[in-house]
Design a protein around this ligand. Structure first.
Ligand code: ZN
Ligand code: ZN
Length: 401
């Protein structure tokens, strides 16, 4: 958080203010993958199917069912059939059955993050140069120890502290296509809905979700961290892109696959990202990189596109996504102390350790219309004010800050 100083845990560096309470978790979260195929229709459609099966007055029932569907839709509080206005490949409707609240009019839906300020653009360029000179294997399969980060169902095998790398379009290996998951954007029928509580808006999916499934990236306007510090508005929708810097500062903490294994065969992360991160420091601060034996010789700062002498202040060292005015569906996902999703840093074509994707993945089976949540990763006591947590989870920590 802009006002919180160091981000406590680089694996969950989200910086939000609590805005809602997660929905009720159902015990159906134990359903196995194959059974998940049976999930997936919004309740209104189930009502329609049931109504259609009435063999006593089929035609009349069908008409009734149509009306039921329409009025049912209204009852379900559909207030926007697609908040993305066609920017996503799937529609993202907005529902509110509790009050007249609407999505703020000054909010603009964007599919991908954008660099907002000149300072942010310069910082992203430094990251791009470091990436270009990092001599990293750009094939995900090679990077992730020959197995790739996803299984055949395009599910993340496990969360990876050092980040997931996806193959670029040019990467034509047999298994490469299967690594382009985050690159392809949202495919699930996500919905924004009012939770009817102090937590305000939340996000759910009309169908069941298996663990490891990609849900959405966090999108916002890219600004520098020092610019984020100066914001006078709420920092409720800020998200630090400092993950890889935290990895560099404390690599031991991130060498092993992180937290929750989603399969029995996690990929083996390589250490080449560390080499790249050393490069980054060199391009940004002029610090001597540590050659760990896998990279090409470093270029001098003078060849780094005119960025010599750029800010050595740590405060300028990373970018922050601000989704208050412009963002995507992930902006509306609430915190929970026992979440069903987790953020994962992901590098797709054109990304760098400074300007990368941060993607929400399911970490457990999630039933249809269950609220999607993740742990914002705040450290208790890190802020000047306490912030009560209202997530409602049985093992809620009670406080966000
Ligand atoms: Zn590849
Ligand atoms: Zn909680």
């Amino acid at each position: 958080m802009a006002t919180l100083g160091a981000v406590p845990d680089c694996c969950s560096p989200a910086r939000f203010t609590l805005t809602g309470i997660p929905g009720q978790y159902s015990s159906s979260a134990r359903v196995e993958f194959n059974e998940m195929k049976n999930f997936g229709k919004p309740s209104a459609f189930r009502q329609l199917r049931l109504a259609s099966s009435d063999n006593q007055a089929a035609a009349a029932t069908t008409n009734l069912a149509r009306r039921t569907l329409l009025t049912g839709t209204n009852r379900r509080g559909l207030i926007d059939s697609d908040i993305s206005k066609g920017k996503e490949t799937v529609r993202i409707p907005v529902y509110n059955t509790f009050n007249i609240q609407r999505i703020p009019e000054d909010f603009t839906y964007i599919r991908e993050s954008v660099l907002k300020t000149e300072g942010a653009k310069a910082l992203a360029e430094a990251g791009r140069l470091a990436m270009a000179h990092g001599n990293l294997p750009l094939c995900s399969i090679a990077h992730h120890g020959g197995s790739g980060p996803y299984n055949n169902e395009r599910q993340l095998l496990c969360t990876i502290g050092e980040g997931v790398l996806e193959c670029a379009e040019e990467c034509q290996g047999r298994a490469c296509k299967g690594t382009r998951v985050v690159s392809q954007g949202i495919t699930l029928p996500l919905q924004i809905f009012h939770t009817g509580t102090q937590r305000g808006w939340g996000v759910r999916c009309a169908q069941g979700i298996a663990p490891g499934t990609f849900i959405a990236c966090y999108a916002g306007e890219g600004i520098t961290d020092s610019e984020a510090e100066k914001l006078t508005t709420s920092d409720a929708y800020l998200y630090d892109l400092s993950h890889f810097l935290e990895v560099r500062r404390d690599p031991a903490e991130h060498e092993a696959p992180n937290d929750i294994n989603l399969s029995r065969t996690p990929p083996v992360p390589t250490d080449c990202l560390k080499v790249y991160l050393d490069n980054y420091s060199y391009f940004l601060h002029g610090a001597q990189p540590q050659n760990r034996g896998a990279s090409s010789p470093m270029r001098s700062p003078q060849k780094a596109g005119g960025h010599e002498g750029r800010g050595s202040a740590e405060g300028e060292s990373h970018l922050t996504l601000d989704a208050r005015r412009a963002g995507n569906v992930a902006r509306f996902v609430n915190h929970c102390c026992e979440p069903n999703c987790q953020m994962q840093s992901v590098l797709v074509a054109g990304d760098s350790a400074l300007w990368h994707h941060t993607a929400l993945f399911a970490i457990t089976n999630i039933g249809p219309n269950q609220e999607l949540t993740y742990d914002y990763g705040y450290t208790l006591g890190a802020g000047s004010n306490e912030l009560e947590c209202r997530c409602g989870a049985p093992r809620c920590k009670g406080r966000l800050l």
